[in-house]
Design a protein around this ligand. Structure first.
Ligand code: MN
Ligand code: MN
Length: 470
């Protein structure tokens, strides 16, 4: 239909008044989809080299340095286009590009988290039972425990020694590396187990990781399998059992992220939540060229356990950084924060047709429909959430439309179906305008999560548009 006269009045009125929901990817050109595929090839590399918060921060730092970012010096004066970074305890990185207006009208934040659900080793992890050596774990973040059994796991992390040196451990990723696993019960003997409710079918204390089975030589001593494993770890890493006390060792899925589907339209991998927003936010800062307002990307830790601790969003490190940055420009930190705007870059649950009953389809986000704006999260009547203001939502609509970003709006499932939260409320507490914006994810918090390549690229376009909006 080319002539408007051929359209009925109802069609014309619908076009004028109603919000048109359609499969977003159909609106994109082949070139745009090709760009998304290229962007995601690099994202997959980032994902595979960043399975822990420390690794993500180290990778981001390397990329930032290569792009000309220099360590922030609170005594220095900065000018437009200067690129700076600041690291907090190896688990947070702040990247800033100074704008032509400095920070007097506030900064533009994109904040994502780089921790993901996983199994952490307990302080005394290693034990022997019936001639098998195992690690006790304490799971981190919201997991369905059964999903972590019978899959290959890799061990990542650090052991800090009393001589102030730190040993890096990363085993289970290489082709020649061994892997580890939580064993599961065979179906033949699982009658009693399968009759239990989902919450009890696998408990936290069942998440024991098999790490060895051969004894240390033929000797009368007890627990020789445990001894043999400790000996191997001593020879490889120079650590003893007590050193586990000063360690952060995390078991993560050993498999690599890869394309999903005959059409290669999606990516299956561990830790999309929230590296799928962290990477686009990182790239938006790296590619920012002398914006009007100073732009700041922050990658934070501990979101999956409530943003607690000195590397989580509830810590003052962001406020301290802004205070220091403000001082370099003769401003007060609180003034800068009060005028700042933030995209809390986090994922939302993509509509899953297999589990359609938990979603309200009018207000869900869908794979391939672009980056998702989530006005509020929370639970039980918008409890525990920041609810973005109408005015800020209107501004974000302008930002996204100006740069042709494919976007959608979504809630986290049905009302009272459960709930969740993000870092948005902690940013809001600093008197910053904030809204959640991120990539729809299928199988969120599972060892293998799924995202659409187009949506990942649209997250990058969204953060870039936000950084360049005056
Ligand atoms: Mn998240
Ligand atoms: Mn999460």
């Amino acid at each position: 239909m080319t002539n408007t006269e051929e359209k009925s009045q109802a069609v014309l009125l619908k076009e004028k008044l109603l919000f048109k929901k359609e499969c977003g990817i159909k609106k994109l050109s082949d070139e745009e989809i090709e760009k998304a595929d290229q962007f995601c090839a690099d994202y997959v590399q980032f994902l595979n080299s960043s399975k822990t918060e420390r690794e993500a921060v180290a990778t981001a730092l390397e990329m930032a340095k290569a792009a000309g970012f220099a360590e922030f010096d609170p005594q220095k004066k900065y000018s437009a286009g200067d690129k700076i970074y600041c690291i907090n305890r190896k688990k947070n990185i702040v990247l800033a590009v100074i704008g032509t207006q400095g920070a007097k009208d506030g900064v533009r934040f994109a904040i994502a988290h780089v921790d993901s659900p996983r199994l952490d080793l307990k302080p005394y992890p290693l034990y022997e039972a019936n001639d098998l050596a195992l690690f006790k774990t304490h799971y981190y973040g919201g997991i369905k425990k059964y999903q972590w059994t019978a899959i290959p796991l890799a061990l990542h992390g650090v052991v800090a020694l009393k001589d102030n040196t730190t040993v890096q451990i990363n085993i289970g990723e290489g082709e020649a590396d061994p892997c580890f696993c939580v064993t599961d019960l065979l179906p033949h003997l699982a009658q009693e187990q399968m009759a239990k409710t989902g919450l009890k079918v696998f408990t936290g204390e069942d998440l024991n990781v098999l790490v060895g089975s051969r004894p240390f030589k033929d000797d009368k001593e007890a627990e020789l399998v445990k001894l043999n494993i400790m000996n191997i770890m001593f020879e490889k890493y120079g650590i003893t059992e007590e050193d586990f006390l000063s360690a952060e060792l995390e078991l993560v899925p050993a498999f690599k992220a890869k394309d999903l589907g005959f059409d290669r339209s999606m990516i299956a991998g561990y830790g999309h939540d929230d590296r799928v927003c962290a990477y686009p936010a990182l790239m938006a800062a790296i590619n920012a060229k002398a914006p009007t307002h100073t732009v700041v990307t922050i990658l934070v830790d501990k979101e999956e356990i409530g943003s607690e601790g000195n590397t989580g969003m509830q810590s003052d490190f962001m406020r301290f950084f802004i205070n220091d940055l403000a001082k370099t420009q003769g401003l007060e930190g609180y003034q800068v924060l009060s005028r700042s705007k933030c995209l809390s870059a986090d994922v939302n649950a993509a509509f899953d047709p297999t589990y359609a009953s938990v979603y309200e389809s009018n207000n869900s986000c869908f794979i391939n429909n672009g980056v998702c704006i989530t006005k509020y999260t929370g639970h039980g009547g918008k409890y525990d959430t920041s609810d973005a203001s109408a005015e800020f939502m209107a501004e974000i609509r302008q930002v996204l439309e100006k740069d042709n970003v494919l976007w959608q709006s979504g809630e986290l499932g049905k009302v009272d179906g459960g709930g969740g939260g993000t870092i948005a409320k902690y940013v809001a507490n600093m008197n910053v305008d904030v809204v959640d914006l991120g990539v729809p994810v299928l199988s969120m918090h599972a060892p293998l999560e799924v995202v659409s390549k187009v949506d990942v690229y649209m997250a990058y376009k969204a953060f870039s548009a936000f950084f360049n909006f005056d």
